[in-house]
Design a protein around this ligand. Structure first.
Ligand code: SF4
Ligand code: SF4
Length: 290
């Protein structure tokens, strides 16, 4: 189980990373907080360290200087916090709302200068809606702008509370065909769309995101179906996210299989056709390549 709050205690969640100076996750300079845990399994996931709700230890062979015995070439017995090079690293620590807010508030000047703020990502941060809403509310109380990256494909415990605390929801449109999406990723686009209508009725600002993944979401039928759905839902903007391989090394370091190994990354030029389809449907389109 992920770290959770005892009744009446301050909310706590397992956080893998607080990434400063991000430019692709909600406008302006942002600090992205990654909550650990996702019930879905996209083969292209670039944050495999955030799939399990449990803390994990990663190991990077290239950083290991063999300062401790490694019987048979296997792992040493040194605790991650005592590894001198970062070859061994603990992924996921319990964080309270208060200590996270104190950390993200340090970059207030950058947010104010750039129109940025704080973005909560994962994993799927809707797994921890109690913590998520408490954290967003605390950020707001500090005058910080808030965004959430999500599939929006889990039941919403309190949509009004989420909408009230979040300036913008960044919602994924991946495999458009429902049966294929359920089979490949476990994500139900119908649940997403029902939730999306609910939060829009409550006044949410929503930006669609379309990861373009070779063999999964890059065919014309999938792109067109997503574009149609985005337009039908009344959304005006889509962020196109070309496939990248930034997560590849993470799979090795935590011993997970990776289906997309060796698949070439996509450039902005590779997604020009997708952009044209989005723009033809009247959507303001931004490409977030690396
Ligand atoms: S402590 Fe770190 S660097 Fe030393 S052997 Fe263990 S993993 Fe390698
Ligand atoms: S929903 Fe996001 S975090 Fe979960 S498996 Fe898919 S890409 Fe990874």
């Amino acid at each position: 189980m992920a770290a959770s709050s005892a009744q009446g205690a301050a909310p706590v969640a397992t956080v893998t990373n607080v990434q400063r100076f991000s430019l692709h996750d909600g406008g302006g300079i942002r600090t992205v907080v990654f909550l650990k845990g996702c019930p879905f399994r996209c083969p292209w996931c670039c944050n495999p360290e955030n799939l399990s709700t449990e803390p994990e230890v990663s190991f990077k062979e290239r950083l290991c200087i063999r300062c401790s015995p490694r019987p048979g070439g296997g792992p040493c017995a040194t605790a991650p916090e005592d590894c001198p090079t970062g070859a061994k690293e603990l992924l996921g620590r319990p964080r309270t709302v208060d200590d996270l807010v104190a950390e993200v508030a340090r970059d207030r000047a950058f947010y104010e200068e750039s129109g940025g703020g704080v973005t909560v990502s994962g994993g799927e941060c809707l797994l921890r809606q109690d913590f998520l809403c408490a954290f967003l509310e605390a950020c707001r109380a500090q005058g910080l702008s808030t965004a959430v990256e999500t599939t929006l494909a889990l039941p919403l415990a309190d949509p009004a509370r989420l909408v009230a605390a979040c300036d913008v929801l960044l919602v994924d449109f991946k495999i458009a065909d429902r049966a294929k999406s359920l089979e490949v990723t476990g994500i139900d686009p119908d649940v997403r769309d029902a939730n999306l209508r609910d939060v829009q009725d409550l006044g949410a600002r929503v930006v669609a995101r379309m990861p373009i993944i070779p063999g999964f979401t890059d065919d014309a039928a999938c792109v067109d179906a997503n574009v149609r759905r985005i337009a039908e839902l009344g959304l005006r903007r889509v962020d196109v996210l070309p496939f990248h391989q930034l997560g590849e090394g993470k799979y090795d370091s935590i011993g997970r299989d990776y289906e997309m190994r060796g698949v070439p990354q996509l450039t902005d030029a590779d997604v020009a056709g997708v952009v044209a389809r989005c723009e033809a449907a009247g959507l303001a389109t931004v490409v977030h390549g690396e």
